[in-house]
Design a protein around this ligand. Structure first.
Ligand SMILES: [Zn+2]
Length: 481
C-alpha cells in the first residue's frame, strides 16, 4: 500500500513534538513544563492550576472579536503499553511510522489518545492565518487512570461558554453525552460450620466468556459469570439440600465478569441428578448465548470434603439476593440510541480468613437521579438479604442538551463540508465532560476526534486522512459559531 502524506503538516509536526515528551498518567510533569513553555514562547496568557491542568488563552483574530469564547480540550497523559518495563516511557520518545493510511508506533502505544488532540490545539495556538474568536486551549492531567485532572479543576479556571473535547475516536461521530457511575459493595458475614455427613461435593465452574467493559459493552448480551453460577445454585437450592463451601467469581468493578467457580455440597443420593441438571443447564446457556458467547465452558468436577462451609442461612440469603439483584441494561435513552442506566454485578468473593462474602457492583447512567435510583435498587436488594451495603460517591455523567447551539453548528458545518450527516451519539462510560458538566453547568459541549483503533494497546493506530477532516470541521465550527 502506498504511504499517505502527513497532512495537515503543522498538526503532524506538533504531534511529533508531543511524542518527544514523556507523559505517563500521573507523571505528566515534563508535559506540563512543555505546554507552559509552548504558551509562553508564543507570548500567550498561560496558566496551570494546583493540580497541573494547563490553560493557554489566545485572543480573537481581527474581525472575530465579537465571537463567543470556545474552549478546546484534550488530556495530556497517555496509556503506556506494554507496561512490562520493556520500554522506558519515563524517558524515551515514542517512535512512529506510517503503515499505509495509518500511523503506528514501534512496539508501544502511539499516544494519539490524546496527543493528536494536543497537536490540534497547538497548531491553532501557533497559527497566524486561521480565523477564530477568542479560544482557550485546556490540557488536563491524568484522564486515563481516574479523570483526576478534570475532577480537581476548579470552577472559573475555564471561562468559555462552549467546549470541544478532542478525545473521541471515530471521525464522523459527535459525542453529546456520557454516563456517570458509582460502585456499590455488599458484605455478608457468615459462621463457618462443620459439613454434614453423606454429602457429595462438586466444583462448578464457568469460563471462556467474552467479558468487556461494564459500561460500553453492557448492551451486547454478554453473559455475566456471577449471574450464571448463581442461577444454577438457586435452581438447585429449590430442589434439594444445598450447602455452599466456596464462591470465587468475577474481578474488576468495571469489567463484565468472564469466569468463576462455586464449591457446593448436595446429598450423595443426589449426585447423578446434579450432573444431569448441570448438563441441561449447559445446553440452555449455550442456546441462550449462541451468538455472543460461543466459547463458554461449563464444568463440573467432584472434589474432596472441605473442613468447613458457609452457614446455610447466610448462603441462602446470598444466593437469593444475587439471583434477584438487577444486572445489565435497565433503561435506554429515548433521544439517542444509547443505554441510559445499567448495573454490573462485578464480583462475588468468599473470604475464608475474615468469614465474609464480598460483592462488588457498579451502576452507570447519563442521568444522576437515575443512577442514584439504580444504586438504591442494588442497596435495597442486598439490605433485604441482611448484608452490609456501601454506596460510593460516584462521578457525574453528562446528559445530552437537546438545545445545544454548539451541536447544531457542528452538525451544519459537517454537512456543508462532507455532504452527509454526522452520527450524534453518547457513550455509556465516563468522559471528562461529565466532570466539567458538574462544575460548569452552563457549558455547551461536544466531543469528536480523528479515527483511532487499538487504543490503550501497542496496536494503537491513527487513521491519517481523518486528521485533515477533523481539522477542517473544527476550523469551520470556530469560524461559524
Ligand atoms: Zn483519551
Amino acid at each position: 500500500m502506498n504511504k499517505v502524506e502527513l497532512k495537515p503538516t503543522t498538526i503532524f509536526e506538533c504531534f511529533a513534538e508531543v511524542n518527544k515528551v514523556p507523559r505517563p498518567s500521573k507523571r505528566e510533569e515534563k508535559m506540563i513544563e512543555f505546554l507552559l513553555q509552548f504558551g509562553k514562547t508564543l507570548g500567550l496568557d498561560t496558566q496551570r492550576d494546583e493540580c497541573g491542568n494547563v490553560i493557554i488563552r489566545k485572543p480573537a483574530t481581527a474581525g472575530m472579536e465579537g465571537k463567543p469564547t470556545v474552549i478546546l480540550q484534550s488530556h495530556m497523559d497517555m496509556v503506556c503499553e506494554p507496561s512490562d518495563g520493556s520500554f522506558d516511557f519515563e524517558n524515551l520518545p515514542i517512535e512512529t511510522y506510517v503503515d499505509g493510511e495509518w500511523m503506528r508506533a514501534k512496539g508501544t502505544t502511539l499516544g494519539a489518545d490524546d496527543g493528536i488532540g494536543i497537536a490540534m490545539e497547538m497548531a491553532l495556538l501557533k497559527s497566524t492565518d486561521i480565523e477564530h474568536g477568542p479560544i482557550e486551549c485546556v490540557f488536563t492531567r491524568d484522564e486515563e487512570t481516574g479523570l483526576t485532572g478534570a475532577e480537581a479543576m476548579k470552577p472559573g479556571f475555564m471561562s468559555g461558554q462552549y467546549l470541544i473535547n478532542l478525545d473521541s475516536e471515530d471521525e464522523g461521530q459527535i459525542f453529546v453525552s456520557c454516563a456517570g457511575g458509582c460502585r456499590t459493595t455488599a458484605t455478608f458475614h457468615y459462621e463457618p460450620q462443620a459439613v454434614p455427613e453423606g454429602m457429595f461435593f462438586a466444583r462448578l465452574s464457568i469460563a471462556g466468556l467474552t467479558g468487556g467493559h461494564s459500561g460500553d459493552d453492557i448492551n451486547k448480551k454478554r453473559a455475566n459469570a456471577n449471574k450464571l453460577l448463581i442461577r444454577f445454585l438457586y435452581q438447585t437450592m429449590k430442589q434439594t439440600e444445598l450447602h455452599l463451601v466456596d464462591l470465587q467469581s468475577g474481578g474488576l468493578h468495571n469489567a463484565i465478569p468472564r469466569e468463576g467457580y462455586a464449591v457446593i455440597a448436595v446429598p450423595r443420593a443426589w449426585k447423578e441428578q446434579l450432573a444431569i441438571n448441570w448438563n441441561i443447564y449447559r445446553s440452555e446457556v449455550e442456546q441462550e448465548y449462541e451468538v455472543t458467547e460461543p466459547k463458554v465452558v461449563l464444568d463440573l468436577e467432584s472434589c474432596d470434603a472441605p473442613s468447613t462451609m458457609i452457614d446455610d442461612a447466610t448462603a441462602h440469603r446470598l444466593i437469593m439476593a444475587c439471583q434477584a439483584v438487577d444486572n445489565g441494561v435497565y433503561a435506554m435513552c429515548q433521544s439517542i440510541k444509547l443505554v441510559e442506566t445499567s448495573s454490573n454485578l462485578a464480583s462475588i468473593r468468599v473470604d475464608s480468613d475474615t468469614h465474609t462474602i464480598n460483592i462488588n457492583s457498579s451502576q452507570r447512567s447519563s442521568l444522576l437521579s437515575a443512577r442514584r435510583n439504580m444504586s438504591d435498587t442494588i442497596e435495597a436488594c442486598f439490605q433485604l438479604a441482611g448484608a452490609e451495603v456501601n454506596v460510593g460517591e460516584g462521578y457525574p455523567g453528562w446528559a445530552m442538551n437537546p438545545n445545544s447551539r454548539l451541536l447544531s453548528v457542528a452538525t451544519e458545518q459537517y454537512c456543508n463540508l462532507f455532504g452527509k450527516e454526522p452520527i450524534v451519539r453518547g457513550i455509556h462510560a465516563g468522559l471528562e465532560c461529565g466532570l466539567f458538566s458538574e462544575k460548569y453547568p452552563h457549558l455547551d459541549m461536544v466531543s469528536f476526534g480523528p479515527t483511532l483503533r487499538g487504543v490503550h494497546s501497542p496496536d494503537e493506530k491513527l487513521h491519517i486522512p481523518t486528521v485533515q477532516m477533523v481539522w477542517d470541521h473544527l476550523l469551520a465550527i470556530l469560524k461559524n459559531i
